[in-house]
Design a protein around this ligand. Structure first.
Ligand code: PEP
Length: 259
């Protein structure tokens, strides 16, 4: 059995001073209870990355660092964009690809999502492919088909080495930042289908996370349901205590399974 992954997406929150403080707090919590079954990652804004990777390294905080977005090209005239080699140089491990906020607010199409995942994984970044349906799609019963299409379009054409760098985050759009969490049968149905589609594309052991209003109160019941490999957490990752409680819920579940 693999390890769980709990990843905090800070979005456009926390300046570099606040970011360092939060990582140091996580370091203290992690030293009071080292987690044996859970990998932890934080995904700060670009401008915090250097400070965060430095403090993680110098204070040996047991977590890895991701970026929220990356441009598919390596360099060039793309004002305001950041490339995968730049992220690698900073010690960044992960990149979110196709978060619904990028898809909705910044017109990131399935085609650009696929190009970005191709390029990021080719350059050695671990890609967290975000998929999920809007409320009207779920209400019309098309959620499984829509998510399957998102997966196929992003994952087809990756080579074996690239496929090993992929994690999938199921994030129903209607649950992100709304306080609404998908019910466990909804999570299970989608997670099972994600694994079937991923397997058909030669991603046999891919990690599948859930994201959408995960918090300290609901994390245990979600992860104990059994089909998840962890969480992508937005709002609740901005405070050390709530993020750590989610990490501990995953640890408790995974250490129980390991017995
Ligand atoms: C997210 O944006 O990836 C997310 C899951 O946000 P929240 O936890 O705030 O719903």
């Amino acid at each position: 059995m693999g390890r769980a992954l709990v990843m905090g997406n800070w979005k456009m929150n926390l300046d570099y001073v606040e970011a360092v403080h939060l990582v140091q707090q996580l370091g203290v919590l992690a030293s009071s209870r080292p987690l044996e079954h859970v990998d932890i990652a934080v995904v700060p804004p670009f401008v915090d990355l250097r400070s965060v990777t430095s403090v993680v390294e110098s204070e040996r905080v047991p977590l890895t660092v991701g970026a929220q977005h990356v441009h598919p090209l390596e360099s060039g005239a793309h004002t305001g964009e950041i490339s995968a080699p730049m992220l690698r140089r900073l010690g960044v491990t992960w990149v979110l690809v196709g978060h619904s906020e990028r898809r909705q607010m910044y017109a990131m199409t399935d085609e650009v999502v696929a190009q970005t995942l191709q390029s990021a994984t080719r350059q050695g970044l671990a890609g967290v492919l975000c998929v999920g349906e809007a409320l009207e799609v779920r209400e019309s019963g098309r959620h499984l088909g829509v998510v399957a299409d998102q997966l196929r379009s992003a994952l087809e054409g990756l080579n074996e080495a690239q496929r090993e760098l992929v994690t999938i985050a199921y994030e129903p759009i209607w649950a992100i930042g709304t306080g609404l969490t998908a019910a466990t049968p909804q999570v299970r149905e989608m997670t099972e289908q994600i694994r079937v589609v991923a397997q058909s594309l030669s991603l046999a052991d891919v990690r599948v996370l859930y994201g959408g209003s995960v918090n300290a109160d609901n994390a245990a019941s979600l992860v104990n349901e059994g089909s998840l490999d962890g969480f992508l957490v937005g709002g609740a990752s901005l405070k050390a205590e709530s993020f750590w409680a989610i990490c501990e819920a995953a640890e408790d579940c995974y250490s129980g399974r390991a017995k």
